[in-house]
Design a protein around this ligand. Sequence first.
Ligand code: V47
Ligand code: SF4
Length: 370
Amino acid sequence: MDILRSLNTISALKIPDSLKEIAGKVFADQRINPQEGLLLFRTAPPGYLGMLAEFVRQQKNGNNVYFIRNFHIEPTNICVNKCEFCSYSHHFNPKSWDLKVEEMLGILKSQDQSVREVHITGAVHPEKELTWFGDFFLMIKKIRPDIHIKALSAVEIDFLCKKSKVTFENGLKYLKGCGLDSIPGGGAEIFDPVIRKKICSTKATGAEWLAIHASAHQLGISSNATMLYGHIEQYEHRISHLEALRELQDQTGGFNAFIPLKFRNRNNKLNFIKETSVIEDMKNYAVSRIYLDNFPHLKGYWPMIGKSMAQLSLSFGVDDLDGTINDSTKIYSEAGSGEQNPAMTTSEMVGLITQVNRIPVERDSLYKPA
Ligand code: V47
Ligand code: SF4
């Protein structure tokens, strides 16, 4: 994009100078500050945000849209916690499960050899131990030494380490030794302590979530980050969440992708909250893309937002659509997500991306083209 021409076009638009100044910063590859982030959320028209986010996306990823062949294993939904937004755990879900190791290995064995990644996460079971997961990972690698294990949210790791009375560093070192390759972004919710106390008071704090990811990055375990938005938080809480992630990424460089998670209101205690509009969702993608200037990728998680919204998100900064999934996750279908039985063939994924004039790139878990 010709930056000078963009700036001239922006100067002619009837929008406040403060927003034009932010555009100037974005085009000059300068970081925006929390006040500017807030201003974008509060006052910028969605099209304007989309344009800025698209500039950042293009600078970082060209017209590539990444995806991976993956599947999920959700060992259990029996949970020690009772998060207000959760529709998944046995407290709020009439279905409850606790899979045996043999059953999970059966799921693994039934996968096509072209599947590259297994995403393992679930509820925080009161009796599971660090060594139970360690042994499970060793068995996975015995069957599929090539598969990337992305497993255990920081909330699960926090519980397992505390239960075994080991430091986060030692717990993660042990898991890495058993085959853990990276950790997913779950459990971040909103870091602000007041909001966090209201929606998930008993699980790892925001500071603990960040400490676990910092420790993982130091050990060479990369990770993702999420933000659950559209419940009781305000824009300033979203910005302070993004700020904490940007700061940690400056220190470690260990995050691969940021994944905004839209709150879905079915079958949970926060069902009185109206879900955010599609405009709000796109604004949230765009501000995230602009703010997190040091995150290589922004993921639109299609099982949660649906396929059409995923396509639209590609015009608001998103460059990654996660994976083909194989109908293997229940976290969102219980909460009323866009996709009830999420699964997509590789050719469907490619079609979804090419239909909006982008270049589909099948990747591995660390974004190397396959
Ligand atoms: O932490 C739970 C969210 C997360 C609801 O790293 C809800 O690649 C919306 O983190 N409405 C777990 N969201 C899933 C997760 C994830 C998903 C996809 C990819 C990756 C990755 C990570 O799901 C939880 C919570 O924030 N969640 N309930 C709900 N009602
Ligand atoms: Fe448990 Fe996770 Fe649900 Fe919270 S969101 S109750 S930690 S399964």
